[in-house]
Design a protein around this ligand. Structure first.
Ligand code: ACK
Length: 939
């Protein structure tokens, strides 16, 4: 019989298996491994001649126990082999791995019909070991095991045995343990090894979370397992995984991150070494300290900056430490009038940063740059002065002809952290002369049917002394046909306009640097033509005016008859031009393109041969003032004052000099100095006026201190007020009304003089520069004119109040020795000059009225004239003196006694009158007293 003995099978198996790789997956936990036992396994065979336990060696020559059976020649085989009781532990699902060899029945002769090529696998669950008890029917079949490969006799010759490995699942097992049983029904089989195991998900670390050993459920569902973070890490998102029935970890969710100062290395978090840092939690590596920073200890979360290096608030820990930049270099300035473009180069050292910006500091410097102060006011920087990203800035609106220093500082994000001293590049410049800025504020003061009076404010940046303003106007939509006027002051009256018509106007200022840009266009409209209703009123007004003129003419002729002769004894010829008072308006000589045209429009050209100069009586701005005589053809020689223009004058000086004649020539009033004519066609250029024997009022009063009666003084004041009323009616604002600009003739008649256009700016020694740059006679000027050059007839009224005070104090200097600044301050605070000694209360009240802060509350000259007229008519009203009447609380300082003594006294009333000047003037014409004289008035 060709039967292969089982021992031989095993020996052959040993050969076969030699060199084959072994080992088991990590997720399998053995409950039984027959190969692990070297002693007898002690399994039970039924019947005992069936399965046979045999010792052998495995591929490593390690002794193992095997079972074999090969009863192929006999029918009805039923051989059982039962394992020992196997506790299932936590497992539910059990795997059985069988390794066996099986003989091919065909290769065994004479066994046909009985030989089998399979065997059966069974199991039995129990809660306890039943020992040797075996009941076949208690077992449940798991499967019939067939060989994938069987061997033959030939294989044995070739020594090639084919080992089969079959794995079967058992379960779920619910009892505490179980048995396995192998049923042979007539095969030739060697059971080389039996391994019983279950699967688990083994301990693992995923995403820095630890997951413990987990035994899967038997069912299809997965086991959810929460992980716990490894040391020095913390959960970012709760870590979990699922353990599958196959013992595999599936679907990792969430993770842990290494703490700051620790980095992920494999499945753990390791501390950062010195020189490295980790500032954020996460699984990034520790970073090397960036440039100019360090750490000297383990687990650093950031690196410290080296000395003199810093980290700005917004800098990340990974950025290098940086330092402030060096100053910018090579500052270049390009000056254009009052602007300068500054350019500089990028700093040599940006401190390691890109956020470099520049600040520009402007300083205005005195001569020699010794004293510099921060630039104030309207200096503008384009695009701005600080935080510049480019290396250039344009500075505008500087003052002309001024030294400036610009300090350019480079800054970066750490400049504020460094305590080092400011470093900057500086450039010093001097601005050029520049044209004035445009006039921006224009106001319409008065409109009539064919004229308009305008005033405006000086440009914000005059950039020098404003010589004059050019006023260009034209009918709307007829720009090509325009008229240009020039005005020294900040107001103008445009006359000769069409009624009910729209005009456009532009003003530009002129300084030595030329014209500034014109203002924006200002639109105004003249009023409607007079209606028939109004025309009646006008008719009445004109009739009254004519009546007044006739009366004036008659009076004038009468007075002229009594007028004194000049030194040479020649009689004066009555000289008057019939002009309707109040109808004409003053025309600014600058209206004329050619100023010499203006002078000839208003002033008569005199033949120099008719003029005799006698002596020099004073000095004016443009030359000497002389007294002399004028002989006109077929006229009597008369006494005149002659103003001369000194040799070497400029064209402008000539124009300005003659402008006084152009203005004066327009006036015709007994209290306005009268122009006889001009000499322009030969040299010296002269202005010839009536001669005023007593010269200027201030010096005249000082010379005759306390020598006049109040009525005489009131008479003089009345004359001045009347002259001023005339001027204001003409629309002329004097701007420099003061006793020094009033001339007194031998009849004590006071006349307003000094009409030079540049007078207020240059000529008047009292004029001082205001903060706004204009030159103003502070003590005589109304606050609004000082503050914002608002010169009007109302500001002339204020000045008149001061003249009133000067007259009543016999030429005392207003505000005595107080400084101009103190005067401005005191007046602004509401203080006013106190009444001069023995000044009538009514006159002092008039002064206070003239000094009303609100200019509209001041009396008009018309009103002043009528007040003075009334006082002259009722001199009793002059008896109460202001010093005895209760004084207003806000008069200027109760000065000490010596100061008060210096106030001149009129020295009594009419009874105390100094009549000499009156006698001089009127004695010869039958007037018995000045009282009587003033009642008639010069008019
Ligand atoms: O105070 P006064 O003698 O009077 O000195 C000044 C000087 O010239 C300079 O202005 C005198 N003055 C000016 N105009 C005349 C004039 N029309 N008649 C007489 N003196 C005059 C003024």
């Amino acid at each position: 019989m060709d039967r292969t003995p089982p021992a031989l099978l095993l020996a052959l198996f040993s050969l076969l298996c030699r060199g084959q790789p072994g080992g088991q997956p990590s997720n399998e936990v053995n409950l039984l491994d027959s190969k692990a036992s070297q002693g007898e396994l002690g399994w039970i065979s039924y019947p005992s001649h069936g399965w046979e336990e045999i010792s052998g060696v495995d591929e490593h020559y390690t002794p193992i126990r095997t079972f074999q059976v090969c009863n192929v020649m006999e029918y009805n085989q039923n051989n059982w082999l039962r394992t020992n009781w196997i506790p299932r532990n936590s497992a539910q699902k059990i795997y059985v791995e069988l390794k066996f060899t099986l003989r091919d029945c065909n290769s065994i002769p004479l066994v046909l019909g009985t030989c089998k090529e399979t065997f059966n696998l069974h199991y039995l669950e129990t809660d306890e070991d039943m020992g040797a008890k075996f009941r076949e029917h208690q077992f449940s079949k798991i499967d019939t095991i067939a060989a994938d490969e069987s061997f033959t006799q030939m294989d044995l010759g070739d020594r090639i045995l084919k080992l089969n490995t079959e794995v079967r699942e058992v379960g779920p097992i619910t009892k505490k343990g179980f048995y396995l049983a192998f049923q042979d029904v007539g095969a030739c089989v060697a059971l080389v090894s039996v391994r019983v195991y279950f699967k688990k998900c083994p301990f693992t670390v995923r995403n820095l979370a630890m997951f413990p050993d987990t035994v899967p459920m038997d069912s299809q569902s997965l086991v959810e397992v929460r992980g716990s973070c490894v040391n020095n890490s913390k959960e970012e998102e709760s870590p979990k995984m699922y353990c599958s029935t196959e013992g595999e970890w599936l679907v990792p969710i969430g993770k842990c991150l290494c703490n700051i100062g620790y980095e992920e290395q494999g499945p753990s978090c390791q501390v950062c070494r010195p020189g490295f840092y980790k500032s954020t939690p996460g699984n990034a590596r520790c970073s090397k300290c960036p440039p100019h920073s360090y750490t000297h200890h383990d687990g650093a979360v950031h690196c410290s900056c080296e000395k003199d290096f810093f980290r700005a608030a917004g800098d990340s820990q990974s950025m290098a430490c940086t330092r402030p930049p060096s100053p910018p270099g090579n500052v270049i300035s390009v000056i254009n009038e009052t602007s300068v473009i500054l350019e500089w180069s990028w700093p040599a050292d940006t401190g390691g940063r890109k956020d470099v910006t520049f600040n520009v500091v402007c300083k205005r410097c005195g001569p020699g740059q010794l004293q510099c102060e921060p630039c104030r006011g309207a200096v503008r920087f384009l695009p701005r002065a600080t935080g510049l990203r480019n290396t250039t800035v344009t500075v505008t609106d500087l003052l002309a002809h001024t030294n400036y220093t610009f300090e350019i500082e480079a800054l970066n994000g750490v400049s504020t952290l460094a305590r080092a001293q400011r470093q900057f590049a500086a450039v010093t410049i001097t601005t050029n002369q520049a044209a004035p800025s445009p006039v921006t504020v224009i106001r319409k003061d008065r409109t009539s049917r064919n004229s308009i009076s305008l005033s405006w404010l000086e440009p914000e940046r005059p950039n020098g002394i404003i010589l004059d303003y050019e006023v260009k106007y034209y009918e709307k939509e007829q720009e090509t046909s325009y008229t240009i006027l020039r005005s020294k002051g900040t107001n103008v009256t445009l006359s000769g306009l069409k009624p009910d018509t729209s005009y456009l106007l532009q003003i530009r200022a002129r300084t030595a640097a030329g014209y500034g840009a014109p203002s924006r266009k200002f639109e105004f409209e003249t009023t409607f033509s007079i209606s028939s209703e109004n025309s009646q009123v006008v008719l009445i007004a004109i009739s009254s005016a004519v009546a007044i003129i006739v009366l004036t003419v008659v009076l004038y002729i009468l007075i002229s008859r009594w007028a004194p002769e000049c030194e040479h004894g020649e009689n004066k010829t009555p000289h008057f031009i019939l002009r309707l008072p109040g109808i004409r308006t003053y025309v600014d000589p600058h209206t004329y393109e050619d100023p010499s045209q203006a002078v000839h429009e208003f002033a008569k050209e005199l033949d120099a041969s008719g003029i005799t100069i006698d002596k020099v009586v004073g000095a004016g701005e443009f030359g000497e003032v002389c007294s002399g005589r004028l002989k006109l053809p077929s006229k009597k020689e008369i006494c005149v004052a002659i103003k001369t223009l000194k040799a070497g004058y400029t064209e402008k000086q000539r124009r300005d000099f003659l402008s006084e004649a152009s203005i004066m020539g327009q006036f015709d009033h007994p209290n306005i100095i009268r122009l006889e004519g001009v000499v322009t066609r030969s040299k010296p250029v002269m202005i010839v006026t009536e001669y005023m024997e007593n010269g200027s009022l201030d010096s005249f009063l000082r010379k005759h201190d306390a020598q006049f009666t109040v009525i005489q003084l009131v008479g003089m004041l009345r004359g001045i007020a009347s002259g001023m009323r005339y001027l204001s009616d003409m629309g002329y604002v004097h701007r420099d009304l003061a006793a020094r600009n009033i001339l007194v003739n031998s009849n004590l008649v006071c006349k307003v003089s000094d009409f030079g256009l540049s007078r207020v700016l240059e000529d008047d020694p009292e004029a001082a520069y205001t903060t706004r740059g204009g030159k103003i006679p502070i003590r005589w000027t109304a606050p609004e004119a000082i503050a914002y050059r608002k010169f009007t007839s109302a500001s002339d009224v204020w000045s008149y109040g001061i003249v009133l005070w000067e007259v009543m104090s016999y030429g005392e200097r207003p505000y005595w020795e107080m400084s101009n600044q103190d005067v401005i301050k005191a007046v602004d605070e509401g203080y006013r000059l106190p009444p001069p000694m023995d000044c009538p209360a009514t006159l002092y009240q008039l002064m206070l009225d003239c000094w009303q802060k609100e200019r509209n509350n001041r009396p008009k000259f018309e009103h002043i004239v009528s007040i003075l007229d009334k006082l002259i008519r009722n001199p009793g009203n002059l008896k109460v003196t202001a010093n005895t009447a209760s004084r207003p609380a806000n008069t200027l300082l109760d000065r000490n006694s010596s100061d008060m003594a210096s106030l001149r006294s009129t020295g009594g009333w009419l009874d105390n009158a100094r009549t000499l000047p009156c006698k001089d003037a009127f004695g010869g014409v039958g007037y018995t007293s000045c009282d009587t004289l003033t009642k008639t008035t010069a008019e």
